[in-house]
Design a protein around this ligand. Structure first.
Ligand code: ATP
Ligand code: ZN
Ligand code: MG
Length: 484
């Protein structure tokens, strides 16, 4: 690495700089290439190899304020004029890369990042570090394009003969049990609703409540503050449904909009947008971020660990690709999400208990053909992070069921839920502490539509074909309303 920074500092008036340059040089390990006063500005260029040059600039600014203060000269704002950073790369980019606020050039395995004309804030807020990290991350990603995750089978059930090979969503639509209302958003008529609720009851009574999870109820809106902490706004901004508040409730403000609606019987989109504020929230994507937000800054007593909570009141909304076909990938779905916070040991133990309970449900109640796999983002696999004991403990286990209507069991499987342990990622992000212990956390998302599709795809829509153990939870289906 080499950092070459040209910056300037404004003074309240032209100053006597006698002896100052020497003092600045003494500050540390950098080369002072320029130190010159012109009117009431000092122009400085420094080159450093170890510490980042903008850090030195901040120190020089402070030192000057002290030295010149004694000479009754005020030291004002700094400006970044030109910052050139040479970054040695482990990997060369495979195609062009760009980073905001900078121009990039590549020579062999060195990236040259050039930044010009920025305010003092730019240096104070450490943007440069994140830009360098982002550059490396973007190059790394080019090597794994298309390879999303590494999949490793942990367990699978015996093969089970399905009672049919129809598509449950299609069949339910034919019968009028489900009706599409907008992209990927379904209306569930009584028979379909009853099946979803039966799934929910099974999950609650056989898994969630026996393990001691306590219910919480959260808002349907998630603030950007929360998603900045969880990383959702970096990870999946294109999958979020954003929420806009009206600029005002005042009817006068809306008069023109209302008039247009009354006359045209259409929605005047431009007029509507004029009356909305920019979004600062979105609809719940997964329930866990709001749960962490509710615990932000708290210290949890040792005897309250592990903290076990669940939420099943708010649906999750995601702007998915497609969404017109069936209920296996929808834009609004219903989940129970359980969240656990505790020591590493507590969470590892809990994961085993969760798996045992889930196994009981899928084997003994739903009687599914299903399997479990450890999934690892491809970059972690490649970086050799996996295999380290600490990282083995973290990670995600996907639960998948065979969907006979899609094809043979060699490949047509659907993830219907998962279990994750994320280590300190969220407890750190939300500053959630233990009295003495270091806290880890994790969550498990129980997708009720996915449970339902998995079950119906293997067992069909006729209750007489359903396993007895399931019929204990749903003996018969409510009737459909009669339509003429
Ligand atoms: P996928 O890879 O299928 O998109 P995901 O990795 O985005 O799933 P998570 O965010 O881990 O899913 O959410 C956990 C659970 O939420 C899933 O196992 C599934 O049960 C459910 N789920 C996620 N997306 C959908 C969806 N679009 N429709 C229905 N259920 C979903
Ligand atoms: Zn979660
Ligand atoms: Mg997804």
């Amino acid at each position: 690495m080499e950092y070459d920074l040209k910056f300037s500092i404004t003074l309240s008036k032209e100053a006597d700089l006698e002896g100052i340059e020497e003092e600045i040089k003494k500050l540390g390990n950098f080369e002072l290439k320029e130190f010159r006063q012109q009117d009431n500005k000092i122009f400085i260029e420094i080159v450093s190899k170890e510490r980042r040059a903008h850090e030195w600039a901040l120190r020089i600014h402070k030192k000057l304020a002290m030295l010149l203060g004694k000479r009754r000269v005020g030291v004002r704002e700094m400006m970044l004029n030109e910052y050139t950073i040479k970054i040695k790369l482990d990997k060369k980019p495979l195609k062009s890369v760009s980073i905001p606020f900078a121009d990039l050039e590549f020579k062999d395995d060195v990236a040259i990042m050039k930044i010009v004309d920025k305010e003092e804030e730019f240096m104070r807020r450490n943007y440069v570090d994140r830009m360098i990290r982002l550059l490396k991350e973007k190059i790394e990603k080019q090597y794994y394009e298309g390879k999303k995750e590494y999949w490793q089978l942990l367990w699978k059930s015996e093969e089970k003969e399905p009672v049919w090979n129809g598509d449950p969503s299609e069949e339910m639509q034919k019968r009028g049990w489900i009706k599409l209302l907008g992209k990927g958003k379904w209306f569930y008529m009584p028979p379909a609703a009853a099946i979803i609720r039966a799934m929910e009851k099974i999950a609650l009574q056989e898994v969630v409540l026996p393990l001691g999870f306590k219910e919480v109820i959260e808002p349907m809106h998630v603030s950007f503050d929360t998603w900045l902490k969880t990383g959702h706004l970096e990870g999946m901004p294109g999958e979020i449904y954003y929420i806009c508040e009206p600029k005002s409730r005042d009817e006068q403000q809306w008069e023109h909009f209302i008039d247009l609606v009354k006359i045209t019987k259409e929605v005047p989109t431009d007029e509507l947008l004029k009356n909305l504020k920019p979004p600062k929230e979105g609809v719940v994507y997964a329930q866990c971020p709001n749960i962490y937000a509710s615990l932000a800054g708290k210290t949890i007593g040792e005897d309250a660990l592990p903290l076990l909570l669940f939420e099943h009141s708010v649906p999750s909304d995601r702007y998915e690709a497609g969404g017109k076909h069936g209920i296996e990938r929808v834009d609004e779905f219903h989940r129970i999400e359980v969240v656990y916070i505790g020591t590493k040991e507590q969470l590892l133990e809990l994961r085993e208990k969760l798996i045992a309970r889930y196994k009981h449900v899928f084997n003994d109640i739903l009687d599914l053909e299903w399997r479990m796999a450890r999934v690892t983002p491809f970059y972690m696999q490649q970086a050799g992070i996996v295999g380290i004991e600490e990282e083995e403990a973290k990670g995600t286990i996907d639960f998948e069921a065979w969907l006979p209507y899609r094809g043979d069991r060699s490949k047509e499987w659907l993830e219907f839920q998962n279990i994750s342990i994320v280590g300190e990622k969220y407890t750190k992000a939300f500053n959630i502490k233990g009295q003495r212990s270091t806290l880890w956390s994790g969550c498990s998302g129980i997708g009720l539509e996915r449970w339902m599709v998995s079950f119906l795809a293997q067992k069909g829509l006729e209750p007489e074909n359903w396993p007895k153990s399931f019929k204990k939870y749903l003996a018969e289906l409510p009737e459909m309303p009669k339509f003429l």
